[in-house]
Structure formats: structure tokens, C-alpha cells
Ligand binder design. Sequence first.
Ligand code: ADP
Length: 459
Amino acid sequence: MSGPDGRPAGADPTLILSMTLRVEQDIFVVRQRGREVADAVGFEHQDQIRIATALSEVGRLLLSCGSPADVAFFAQTGGLRPVLRIEVRPAAAVRVGDLPGGHLAAVGRLVDTLEMDDDETAMVVRMSRRFPTTAPSLSPERIAELRAELEASLPGTPLDELAVQNEQLLTALEQVRTHRDHLARLNEELEETNRGVMALYGQLSEELEETNRGVVALYAELDEKSSQLRAASEAKSRFLANVSHELRAPVTAIIGLGRLMADAASDPLTPEQTTHVELIRSSAADLLSLVNDLLDLAKAESGRIEPNWSDVDLRMVFGQLRGTLRALSTPDVRLEVEDPPAPSVIRADEVLLTRVLRNLLHNGLKFTESGEVRMRAETVAGGWRVSVVDTGPGIPAELHQRIFEEFYQVPGTAKAGTGLGLPYARRLAGLLGGSLELTSEPGRGSTFTLVLPVAGDGA
Ligand code: ADP
């Protein structure tokens, strides 16, 4: 058994309504029916107008080609989302090529799909639009009901449809006006926001400029202060160098004269005079060592010490130090100088390196009451670590940097000294391309570590 559209009755898609388009006035009817069908199956107002407009446009085109047409509406409920299908079949032999394609493409945008096919006798235009998700579900019974209702309702006159169209036009115009007002409001808001942003931007720019000016001024001040500092430091070094140089000659003379006075070949002195002369001599010797230290430091600071680079064998340096400082070890404090692992040749200034290590060993022996002072060397990536480890009193962590400052001595260390040895040793370590570090804590001895690059700076 076949339905009126030639499809098996009751199968999906199911016919909802069919009609014929013969004369121009029928276009209004087709449009009205299209809207009614769309409304009946659950499309919203806007979609109803889209579908009705698309349908009336296709009808108008076919009529302009001189062909009446059959129009049929189907509900296809089998897929994921039900679809409204509309088929328009011209009665005369109109072919796809007879229709203006550009216009139909525009009409196609009103629906989900619009296809045109030529079959043997004529063509067919198929349109479809998916039901909105809000549409009520359509059972075959409900479709049959709708069909009955639609067939019973008589299509209105073209004038009725015109009135409806006018009303729709007015509604559309109203919507356009509302949109335009809304847009104008949005524009105003946007302009205001823009003005706000520009004001903020201006304010920020000003603040930035001001900050920049401040930073520039600060830098200028910093530059000035650091050049003043540099000048002051140079003046200090010059002063130290000059004063120590000038002091050295008279102090050496005092020591010489003292020695002469105490000499057995000179006139004999009373015991009291001998004591005084001895006091003068030892004070002058202390002063000379201070003057010498000052002179060394001033030279190192002024950059006037140029390392004399050569290949230095650490074993030899260690051997010499072992020999010269052995005299300072006591029964209570042993001096242990371990031989460095071979090969132990580095690029350095032998005199400066010896001075640094002698200074560290000297301090170790001076401040250690019992135990040992040990020097050893090991290779590390790209260099050597020479450590002088003692079992002396140790130094609190908060003073680890201070003892490298000029004239600083740990309070309570009642040993003769100038407080210039470590700052000098650190400067020399820097000149040799290395560094001098300390690890120590009170009661656990001290370890001074000289790190030296194999290549030095003069490679
Ligand atoms: P000086 O030995 O002439 O006093 P230094 O610059 O060599 O001057 O040392 C500064 C101070 O650091 C010393 O006075 C001493 O307080 C402390 N110090 C240096 N070496 C040691 C050490 N091996 N053990 C404990 N304290 C030390």
C-alpha cells in the first residue's frame, strides 16, 4: 500500500501535509501553511518565519519558470534529532539549470539543507530543518492528529497572509530597533570604558615617567657615590703606602740602634737600661711588622702587584713551608704538611702563593694551643683545593667575614698581630685567580681553604 506521496504509508519520514501551488496567489497560501506546519511541530517563531520564507521563495521561483508545483511536508523522526522535510516538485519539465542558482543559495541559508535534483521527468527541491530540542516528541499518532487538524483548517486569504506578514515585519522592525538601541548603549559603555582606560593609561605613564626619573637620579647619585668611594679608597691606599714607606726607614734605624746599644762591644748598660732597650727593640720590631703588612696590603689593593706567572710545583712549595715553619711547632702543636698528589704543577706566582699559605699556617700555629695544624692539597674540577686545618679555638660563624676585614681581630684572642694578614691573603688569592674561604665553629678548629685554578690567570 502506498501513501499519497508515493512512499510506503506509516514509514519514516511521515507525511504531514501536501498541497499544490498553481497560481501566484497560492504563494501566500503555501507560505501560511509552511508557518502553520512549522508551528504545529514545535518550531519557534523565528524558525517558522525562516521555513515559510524559504518555501515561498522556492514556490515563487518555480512559478516564474511557468510551472505549478506540488508541496509536501514530512516529519522524519528516525534519527537522533527529528527533522522537518519539505519537498517541492514542479509539474512541468523544469530542470535545475533553469533556476537562478545564486538566489537559491541565499534561500538555502534559511534552512539546514536545500538540495535540488533532476530526476527523469522533472526536478525536485528538498529542504530540511532539524526540530528544535525543545520541540515535543512526535509519535505517528500525534502526526496523524496534526495532519487531520491541518487539513481541517482552511488556509486564509492572501489578504490574511499579508496582514500576518505585515505583523511579522513590524515585530522584526521592533526587534531591529531594540537591537540598535542595545548596540548604541553598548557603544556608549565601550566609549566610556575606553575613556577610563585612556585616563588610567595616562596616569600610569606619568607615574612610570616619574619613577624612571627617580631611578635615573638614584643611579646618578650612586655613580657619584661609588666614584667618591673609589677616590677615597685610592687615597687611603696611597696614604698607607706613603706612610708605611716613610715609617720603615726610621723604625729599621731604631731596631738597628737598639741592637747596637745591646751589643757586647758597646758601652755596658745598667740592667734597667738593658730592659728598656729590649722593650724599645721589640716594640720597634712589632711596628716594623705592622708597617710591612700595611705596605703589602696597600700594594695589593692599589693593583700594583703583578703576579709573576710560572709553572709552580706544589710539592716544592709545600716542602719549603714544611722546612721553614717547622721551628714554630711545639711539643703541644704538631705541624703536618702532606705531600700533594702528583702531578702537582700549577700556573701561579710562587712567591705570592707561598705568602698566602705561610700566612695561614702561621695563624694556625699561633692560635692553636694543642693538637695539630695540617696542610693538604687535593685536585678538584679545573683546579686545586689547598686546606689548612687546625685544632685551635675556632671562629664563630658571624665573624667569618669580619676576620677578612682590615685590622679586625676576634675579641679575646690575646695574640700579637695586626689584623692585616687575612685581608692580604684573600687579596693575593684573588690575584692568583682563586679564592680563600673559611669553615669553622668555636671549639672545633678552623679550616682555611685556598681554591686555585690549574691555569691561573696568566696561562
Ligand atoms: P692577625 O693574625 O695578625 O691578628 P689576621 O688577619 O691574620 O690577623 O687574622 C685576623 C684574626 O682572625 C686573628 O686576630 C684571629 O682572631 C682570627 N684568626 C685567624 N686565623 C685563626 C685561626 N687559625 N684560628 C682562630 N682564629 C684565627
